[in-house]
Ligand binder design. Structure first.
Ligand SMILES: NC(=O)C1=CN([C@@H]2O[C@H](COP(=O)(O)OP(=O)(O)OC[C@H]3O[C@@H](n4cnc5c(N)ncnc54)[C@H](OP(=O)(O)O)[C@@H]3O)[C@@H](O)[C@H]2O)C=CC1
Ligand SMILES: CC(=O)N[C@@H](CCC(=O)OP(=O)(O)O)C(=O)O
Length: 334
């Protein structure tokens, strides 16, 4: 049994982690933590998230001093904002814990990226260097050895799972960047209320055009430039990415199908559609990324759908845990 601490347990990603880890046969949840000043400290998780009544009734503990956990936990999940993870991860790593960070704090090995896109100066270049990017289907071997796993962002997970097989098989024309138009449910912005994500304000709108931090995250790990436009949709959860690409001359539908099949035939959490394309309703509440595509001449449209809180965050983190410790990859997830 591994003892685990979930920091940020009251948040949208944290509560999903608590749900999976509570039913994991090899994990014992030692504690659920929130910030030292949290108004929710002392409340039961199931008071805030009633779907967990009678399932996870543990009390949320304020985290004032990470060192109090030395020797008591083996694994830490950080479902916290980027700067909070940036501050906390090195403390738990120094205690010898394996850390799964759901934030963006360790995803890109370039300190300048953090100043530009996250608005803070990265202070932990040694850990940034050692961190393994947890795109589970593509980083299996590296995850097995890692102490710090930087779980990818929600949009980057769907975008990369859709594009990586095509890039690896060299099927895409250099003449056109893949164009990723992706729509996320409002839970992507976290649990804290803001005017922009309040019920009457949200409709359907692009945001972060040419400036969103997930564009460089996607480009860094794919190794090719992309055009990425996120949209906010008026539904609670899920991401649907519609990606337009140009194929190299002579590449057929069968070549595309073969590339996807080769990449994912033995990957249980990516589901390929032989016909048609996925809808959000197929993946919401589930740990899968579903992928379908259509080809017309040299034009290819790939559609990827996932639950932003699951394959885009918490279930991918648990999938990485399973890979890291040699448990079945889908343990507690399906
Ligand atoms: N939502 C999504 O779709 C996705 C989120 N992520 C990333 O996962 C992380 C969590 O996101 P999400 O669940 O949406 O966020 P939420 O805002 O819903 O939750 C944040 C959690 O962190 C806690 N927290 C805040 N400050 C501290 C602190 N100093 N110490 C300990 N706990 C703290 C909050 O509780 P309190 O404030 O009461 O202390 C809350 O439990 C973020 O980095 C996000 O970018 C990644 C992919 C997808
Ligand atoms: C709808 C919405 O606001 N989505 C968030 C992204 C989700 C997320 O938290 O991703 P990271 O872990 O990389 O921050 C956004 O666009 O900032």
């Amino acid at each position: 049994m591994l003892n685990t601490l979930i920091v940020g347990a009251s948040g949208y990603a944290g509560v999903e982690l608590a749900t999976f880890l509570n039913r994991h046969p090899h994990m014992n949840i030692a504690a659920l933590a929130v910030s030292a000043q949290s108004p929710d400290a002392g409340k039961r998780l199931s008071e805030l998230h009633p779907q967990l009544k009678g399932i996870v009734d543990m009390t949320l503990e304020p985290l004032s001093d990470a060192s109090a956990w030395a020797g008591k936990v083996d694994v830490v999940f950080l479902a916290t904002a980027h700067e909070v993870s940036h501050h906390l991860a090195p403390q738990f790593l120094a205690m010898g814990c394996v850390v799964f960070d759901l934030s963006g704090a360790f995803r890109v090995k370039d300190a300048a990226f953090y100043a530009r896109y996250y608005g803070f100066t990265h202070q932990h270049s040694a850990w940034l260097e050692k961190a393994v990017y947890g795109l589970a289907e593509w980083q299996h071997e590296a995850i097995k050895e890692a102490q710090l796993i930087a779980v990818p962002g929600c949009y980057p997970t769907a975008s990369q799972l859709a594009l990586k097989p095509l890039i690896e098989a060299n099927l895409l024309s250099d003449a056109q960047r893949p164009v990723i138009n992706a729509t996320s449910g409002v839970s992507g912005a976290g649990r804290k209320a803001t005017l922009n994500n309040s019920f009457c304000e949200v409709s359907l709108q692009p945001y972060g055009i040419f400036t969103h931090r997930h564009q460089p995250e996607i480009e860094t790990h794919l190794g090719v430039p992309v055009i990425f436009t996120p949209h906010l949709g008026n539904f609670p959860r899920g991401i649907l990415a519609t990606i337009t690409c140009r194929l190299r001359a002579g590449v057929s539908r069968a070549d595309v199908a073969e590339a996807f099949h080769n990449a994912y035939q033995d990957k249980p959490l990516v589901r390929l559609y032989e016909q048609g394309v996925p809808a959000l309703k197929a993946v919401v509440g589930l740990p899968f990324c579903d992928i379908g595509f259509a080809v017309q001449g040299e034009h290819l449209i790939v559609v990827a759908a996932e639950d932003n809180l699951l394959k885009g965050a918490a279930s991918q983190a648990v999938q990485c845990l399973n890979i890291r410790f040699g448990f079945p990859e889908t343990e507690s997830l399906i």
